[in-house]
Write a protein that binds this ligand. Structure first.
Ligand code: PEP
Ligand code: MG
Length: 322
């Protein structure tokens, strides 16, 4: 017991001045989740459900999905699992059984929630599987590629109808299932204060948000210089979202690559962000980086961070006095 407690203390993430950070894991399989649980993760901040679809050529049935989601919930043993609904399309193309027409600009095309709302049978089968898993432990539902409030409303209505159907069939479900939105399209970031009225939590998808703000493909090495999250425009947009979440008292996490990259930990802490979701292997590095940082000092740099005009000014605003 003593050893277990000592281990847990080690696994807590705190800044040097004692501010508690919650480190969640990004996962798409049960083994990772079981390891994350042992590693002290606060929960699964992003379960990328589309991987279940990308691993095989056929559409997984409701039953197949249910088993995977249920096992994930059981493996997390009481900590929340955040199921992101299907985010197919763009870099995660799944042609075959979905018969999506070829697109000239897939990143700006039928992806994420847009596809789910257009293929309702597919979406409802997935929702049923996710909701059924809620009978086994705490879950949250997260909607990808949201760009307008109408999409959240429509998705919520479908979730509520699906819950009512399952309840009528006496399927045990959780009482509370928070619904959140990914903030990964600039439009969503800009209306985040309004979105807060329709969503219980936010998860910033910094990979896509940076791609769309900077007009630079996240996977194109030719434009990797332009794809720079240390860009003042991107940083200001992150702050706008963090501020909306704070004012509306909505939990906010960052779940793109920058959340698991210790080079960005000072920036995110300066912006007032305390919840991070990352690859399991990054947890130790971010925990160690945070332990060396004074949140108070970083928060004191906020004005300079927000007024920086280029990467260099940003970096110097974040440089620590130690
Ligand atoms: C993101 O866009 O930052 C994100 C977490 O989602 P994905 O990388 O799966 O698109
Ligand atoms: Mg994304």
């Amino acid at each position: 017991e003593e050893r277990r407690r000592a281990k847990q203390r080690v696994q807590e993430a705190r800044t040097r001045d004692g501010h508690l950070l919650s480190l969640f894991v990004n996962a798409e399989d049960t083994e990772t989740i079981a390891r994350a649980r042992r590693n002290g993760a606060a929960g699964v901040g992003l379960f990328r459900t589309e991987f279940l679809f990308l691993r095989q050529r056929e559409l997984p049935s409701e039953e197949e999905q249910f088993k995977v989601y249920r096992d994930a919930v059981i493996a997390m043993a009481g900590k929340p699992v955040t199921f992101r609904t299907l985010d197919l399309g763009a870099d995660k193309a799944f042609g075959g059984p979905l018969e999506v027409a070829r697109e000239e600009n897939p990143a700006l095309g039928l992806r994420g929630i847009r596809l789910s709302l257009q293929r309702k049978h597919l979406f409802i089968a997935q929702l049923r599987a996710i909701l059924r898993a809620s009978g086994f432990g705490p879950i949250r539902i997260l909607l990808p590629m949201i760009s307008a409030i109408e999409e959240v409303r429509e998705a919520r209505a479908l979730i509520e109808e699906t819950m009512a159907d399952l309840r009528r069939a006496r399927v045990p479900l959780a009482e509370q299932i928070p619904l959140g939105v990914m903030i990964e399209v600039p439009a969503a970031a800009l209306i985040s204060n309004e979105l807060a009225r329709y969503a219980e939590f936010f998860a910033i998808g910094s990979n896509d948000l940076a791609q769309y703000v900077l007009a630079a493909d996240r996977n194109n090495s030719q434009v990797s210089l332009a794809y720079d999250p240390m860009h003042p425009a991107f940083v200001r947009l992150l702050y706008l979202v963090a501020d909306s979440a704070r004012q509306a008292k909505r939990p906010l996490s960052v779940c793109g690559e920058i959340a698991g990259d210790p080079r960005y930990t000072p920036l995110l802490i300066a912006l007032g962000i305390s919840d991070f979701s990352m690859h399991l292997n990054a947890i130790n590095d971010v925990r160690d980086a945070a332990a060396k940082l004074s949140r108070k000092q970083l928060r004191g740099r906020l004005a300079r961070v927000l007024h920086a005009g280029d990467r260099e000014e940003l970096q110097s605003a974040l440089k620590l006095l130690s």
